[in-house]
Design a protein around this ligand. Structure first.
Ligand code: UDP
Length: 241
């Protein structure tokens, strides 16, 4: 039986990872499979916190391009992450996985507000904690949220699940046949080469706080478990190289 390498992890799910092939909205079979994969890891006794994106519904940048005020558009993006988080919680509940959603913007009728100590307590009780509404601040991303929350709850690693790529490449593998996949990188490499792993705010936060990141594809069933058990999949970005 495989045993976990990490005790506490942050799983970053982009909104697109919930949309599946259609690229927009929430695909019921995809979210079911994601929930099943989260359950597998939680069943191993690993404490799982999830940060969910919102790009499958709305991105602040789109609003800005339409002429909207950026901060307003970003708040819409944060609300989109809440919708995804509630959908994930629902799918987890159907599998009898205990979970809590905590939002960075208060909406008490919908979910708990983010309280660090309370989140840690839930994790200790093996509840999956879903962090919604990003950092609560415009001009940030859910990648930065994952880095921030990972530092706050002292997670050992961030697992970045992608739906369209299976690691970090020198160029976009869908556009460039010569693109090579990296097995290992440092955050400094990511920042210097401008690799599209996460935005620079998130990379810097991970680098400064020495939080490793594993980028992998969520389309292969069981990959979250493989990553948690220390199997070499995707690309690892090391905090201190
Ligand atoms: N967002 C924000 N502050 C945050 C996190 C997210 O303003 O701390 C907004 C931003 O507009 C972003 C949207 O929420 O475009 C959705 O988040 P993100 O793009 O990170 O989602 P993903 O790409 O992971 O699906």
């Amino acid at each position: 039986m495989s045993s976990p390498k990490y005790k506490r992890v942050v799983l970053k799910l982009s909104g697109e990872a919930l949309a599946g092939e259609q690229g927009f909205g929430i695909n019921p079979s995809v979210i079911k499979s994601v929930a099943q994969q989260v359950k597998e890891v939680s069943d191993l006794g690993v404490e799982v916190a999830v940060v969910v994106g919102g790009g499958n519904i709305w991105r602040g940048k789109i609003g800005e391009e339409m002429g909207m005020d950026r901060a307003n558009a970003d708040y819409m993006g944060m609300l989109a992450t809440v919708m995804n988080s509630l959908a994930l919680q629902d799918s987890l509940e159907m599998l009898d996985v205990e979970s809590r959603v905590q939002t960075s913007i208060e909406m008490r009728q919908v979910a708990e507000p983010y309280i660090r100590r309370r989140a840690i307590r839930h994790l200790e009780k093996k509840r999956v904690v879903i962090f919604a509404a990003g950092t609560g601040n415009p001009y940030f991303s859910t990648d930065t949220t994952a880095a921030l929350r990972a530092a706050e709850i002292e997670a050992e690693v961030i697992l970045m699940a992608k739906n369209n790529v299976d690691g970090v490449y020198s160029a976009d593998p869908r556009l460039d046949v010569n693109a090579v996949k990296y097995e290992e990188l440092s955050y400094l490499d990511v920042l210097k080469e401008g690799l599209a792993v996460m935005d620079s705010t998130a990379s810097s936060l991970c680098m400064d706080n020495n939080i490793p990141l594993i980028v992998f594809s969520i389309m292969d069933n069981g990959n979250i478990k493989r990553a948690v058990c220390g199997e070499k999949i995707g690309t690892i970005v090391r905090g201190n190289k």
